[in-house]
Ligand binder design. Structure first.
Ligand SMILES: C[S@@+](CC[C@H](N)C(=O)[O-])C[C@H]1O[C@@H](n2cnc3c(N)ncnc32)[C@H](O)[C@@H]1O
Length: 396
């Protein structure tokens, strides 16, 4: 369904010293970051001074200029034809992927607005979905210099807590520097892996206590049935975590070996009697053709796009020709690389989320896609799970 999104990019940026929405994060302006992350078919209205952007948008300006976000929204309202719209600040370069979740909830909830909250529970009216008629009714006749919170006061609002990066806005050059070093770009492979080890060493024990989602278990068990039907018994799991799947494979009578980057995960696996060692998907510590099949769930999303071919080639190398490889991943509507995670576990994890089309393009270079299924996230976010069975080339 097409969405209308209003992007507020007309602030004075007094604490930044110059128009912050034109500042660069990596090689892209903050405003273009927001625009690039919106769905391709979104109707986008930008409130601010017109300038070249990476996509076509409609422009509008509040009067008087610099009259604040409520005046900006007020200027955009006459241009909105849809019953509902999403709103985001042009200084929230990582926020756009959260909007779909807010819009979905508004569609199914009888409220005027669905507003994101930060980790402290504070409402962020500039990352929200609104019903157009309700906003029109609540908009003051003169919104200049009035606060967005005043608008929320007159609306029936529900809130949704979102991850920190979605609500992080840029007010100062220091904020931008912090975001660049924490979330932006693709750090070198060694730095990515070092951060993942720290994170998962701290997270492994908690993960062990969480049950796997039903859909994951059902697809894993179907894969086990497929392996049995094909007479395959020696299985490699890459990215075992604390071994929830590996244990199930072993209990199903398969001979399982595994690798994981994080020593704490490996230790938990070994304590459970599993043959798991520390290693990376990018250089598997096994010989050619040692396994009858391979399995990797929610792990290749930590491998950057530039390394995905290497990881897939490694999986293909260590299984017998013609073997099936099951791959589970979180994917997104539009491919993107980013970092996030729960602060208490350590540095934010690197993620490469791929669209179904981009993932398919990479996979077909390594084998034949026998199955490709997806299912939505039960967290209500815009991610979906991608389940693939790839048949490796039969070189025999
Ligand atoms: C999201 S967890 C998934 C763990 C397990 N498969 C599960 O579904 O519970 C990702 C796991 O992949 C591991 N990992 C990340 N990058 C890896 C790499 N390059 N090679 C091997 N393991 C990796 C992490 O240490 C972590 O245990």
């Amino acid at each position: 369904m097409q969405t209308t999104t209003v992007v507020l990019a007309g602030g004075r940026s007094s604490r930044f010293g110059q128009d912050k929405t034109r500042a660069l994060l990596g090689d892209t302006t903050l405003l273009d970051r927001v625009l690039d992350a919106l769905p391709d078919d979104a109707d986008v209205i930008v409130v601010g001074e017109q300038r070249p952007t990476t996509r076509t948008v409609r422009w509008v300006r509040e009067t008087p200029v610099f009259a604040g976000p409520l005046a900006g929204l007020g200027a955009a309202l006459p241009l909105i034809g849809a019953d509902a719209f999403t709103l985001i600040g042009g200084d929230m370069p990582l926020g756009a992927p959260a909007l779909a979740q807010l819009a979905d909830l508004l569609r199914t909830t009888p409220v005027d607005a669905v507003v994101a909250t930060d980790l402290n529970g504070h409402r962020q009216p500039l990352l929200a979905a609104y019903r157009t008629a309700a906003v029109r009714a609540a908009m003051p006749a003169d919104p200049a210099d009035r606060s967005m919170r005043a608008l929320l006061h007159d609306l029936d609002v529900t809130t949704v807590p979102v991850e920190e990066q979605f609500v992080t806005d840029i007010d100062t050059p220091e904020d931008l520097a912090r975001m660049s070093s924490t979330y932006d770009g693709t750090p070198a492979r060694a730095a990515r892996e070092a951060d993942l080890v720290t994170y998962y060493d701290n997270e492994a024990a908690d993960r062990q206590d969480n049950p796997l989602p039903e859909a994951r278990v059902a697809h894993r068990d179907e894969f086990v049935a497929q392996l049995k039907a094909e007479g395959r018994s020696r299985l490699l799991e890459v990215g075992t975590g604390p071994g929830r799947d590996a244990l199930a494979f072993q209990q199903a009578g398969l001979t399982v070996s595994g690798v994981d980057l994080a020593p704490a995960s490996v230790e938990l696996c070994q304590q459970a009697g599993l043959d798991v060692r520390v290693g990376s998907a990018l250089g598997l510590p096994f010989g050619d053709g040692e396994f009858d099949a391979a399995y990797t769930a929610s792990t290749l999303l930590h491998v950057a796009d530039e390394d995905l071919d290497t990881a897939l080639a490694e999986l293909v190398r260590v299984v017998r020709p013609g073997a099936p490889i099951a791959i589970g991943l979180w994917g997104a509507q539009k491919s993107r690389q980013e970092r996030w995670g729960r602060q208490s576990y350590g540095p934010p994890r690197f993620f490469a989320l791929r669209s179904d089309a981009d993932l398919t393009t990479t996979l077909v270079a390594h084998g034949v896609i026998e199955r490709f299924e997806t299912w939505p996230s039960s967290d209500g976010d815009e991610l979906h799970y991608q389940w693939v069975v790839l048949r490796t080339p039969d070189r025999a």
